[in-house]
Structure formats: structure tokens, C-alpha cells
Design a protein around this ligand. Structure first.
Ligand code: 5GP
Length: 193
């Protein structure tokens, strides 16, 4: 049996990656979210160690130098986001399947460096992304503009990923995501390494 794949969910801000992952984890309890580290501010309702490990820029830098990150990116407003080796190891050791939520460049880096990675791009129309970002209202006007500019770039890269799921209707997208992940897990279980 080959090792369980690492599932990477990617796509632009506002595509609903977080909501879809939460629903996926409810439906497939063998999956676990690998918590990234970030230097961005904690939003209301977010818990340190659940959505992210919220680090100071100094602590992030220290861990970067220590080689703790599989990949990292500087994203909106110069904030850093990084995947911790320790999270992947922890989840693997527990015999569970790792789910990562990353922007597109990080998703490609993980695909190149971790064998068996499956990338799933969550897409939505720019108008829908804009509506959701404004509704969420956790970013400033400038940050929303920056996220939408990045979103347009990212939407053009959708074809580079293993699967694309359009999230214009949540229930439908959640069903599709579950189907794709179940199929990938079944495939990995039948392929010899
Ligand atoms: P947000 O600030 O909305 O939580 O996240 C901004 C973007 O950073 C999202 O597209 C999210 O998927 C991405 N992201 C979160 N953690 C990581 C990470 O560890 N590495 C990379 N490359 N992107 C990340």
C-alpha cells in the first residue's frame, strides 16, 4: 500500500476553501488539517493553534532559519504564511491524512516536494469572490483590492492543479470535494509504492 496522499486545497481568497475544508473534515474523520503559521493578525473568532499558529515576525524568522518550514510565502500586505514540517509529521504519525490550505504557489511547492500530493483548486467567479470578501469584512478596502488582484492571477492557473471544483453553491461543492478526496484515498490504497 502506498502512503496516504497529502491533500492540498488551494485557490483564491474568498473561494470558500476554509468552509469547504471544515465540511470535508466533518464528513471524513480520518483527515486532519495541518495548521500553518502566519504573521497576519488574528481575526475575531480565530483560535491560536486551530486556524493558524499566530507568530510574531521575529518568531517566524527564527523558525524559518531553524528549517521548520516545508514552504512559506509572503502574501497580502507582506504577511508571511508557512507550512510546518512538524504538522505533517504529527498527522502522519497519528495514521491520519493531512489536509493543507495554501495559496497557489505554496500548493505547487508542496506538490513538487511531497510525493503523493493531490492538489484541488477551489474556484469561483471574481464577482462572487468580491461579494464574499466584502461580506466577511475582515480586511481593509486596500487589502480586499489586493486579494482580488491576486485572485484574478490565481484563477488563470486553475488548470495546473489535479482537480478544479467551482464553489458557487456550497452544498454542491462540498459533495464534489468529498467525492474527489474519497476517490484519491481509494486509489492510493490500491497502488503499490
Ligand atoms: P488568510 O489570510 O485569508 O487566512 O489566508 C491568505 C492565503 O494564504 C489563503 O489563500 C491561504 O490558503 C494561504 N495560506 C495559508 N496558510 C498557508 C501556508 O502555510 N502556505 C502558503 N503558501 N499559503 C498559505
Amino acid at each position: 500500500m502506498s502512503p496516504a496522499p497529502v491533500i492540498v486545497v488551494t485557490g483564491p481568497s474568498g473561494a470558500g476553501k476554509g468552509t469547504l475544508i471544515a465540511e470535508l473534515l466533518r464528513r471524513l474523520p480520518q483527515l486532519e488539517h495541518a495548521v500553518s503559521a502566519t504573521t497576519r493578525e488574528q481575526r475575531p473568532g480565530e483560535v491560536d493553534g486551530r486556524e493558524y499558529w499566530f507568530l510574531s515576525p521575529e518568531e517566524f524568522e527564527r523558525r524559518l532559519r531553524a528549517g521548520d518550514f516545508l514552504e512559506y510565502r509572503i502574501y497580502v500586505s507582506g504577511k508571511r504564511y508557512g507550512t510546518l514540517h512538524s504538522e505533517l509529521e504529527r498527522i502522519k504519525k497519528a495514521g491520519r491524512v493531512c489536509v493543507l490550505e495554501l495559496e497557489t504557489v505554496g500548493a505547487m511547492t508542496v506538490k513538487r516536494s511531497v510525493p503523493g500530493t493531490v492538489t484541488i483548486f477551489i474556484s469561483a467567479s471574481v464577482a462572487e469572490l468580491e461579494r464574499r470578501l466584502k461580506e466577511r469584512a475582515t480586511e481593509t478596502h486596500t487589502e480586499i483590492g489586493e486579494r482580488l488582484r491576486l485572485a484574478r492571477e490565481q484563477l488563470e492557473q486553475a488548470g495546473e492543479f489535479d482537480h478544479v471544483i467551482v464553489n458557487d453553491e456550497l452544498e454542491h461543492a462540498a459533495d464534489e470535494l468529498e467525492r474527489v478526496v474519497r476517490r484519491e484515498l481509494a486509489l492510493a490504497a490500491t497502488i503499490e509504492p
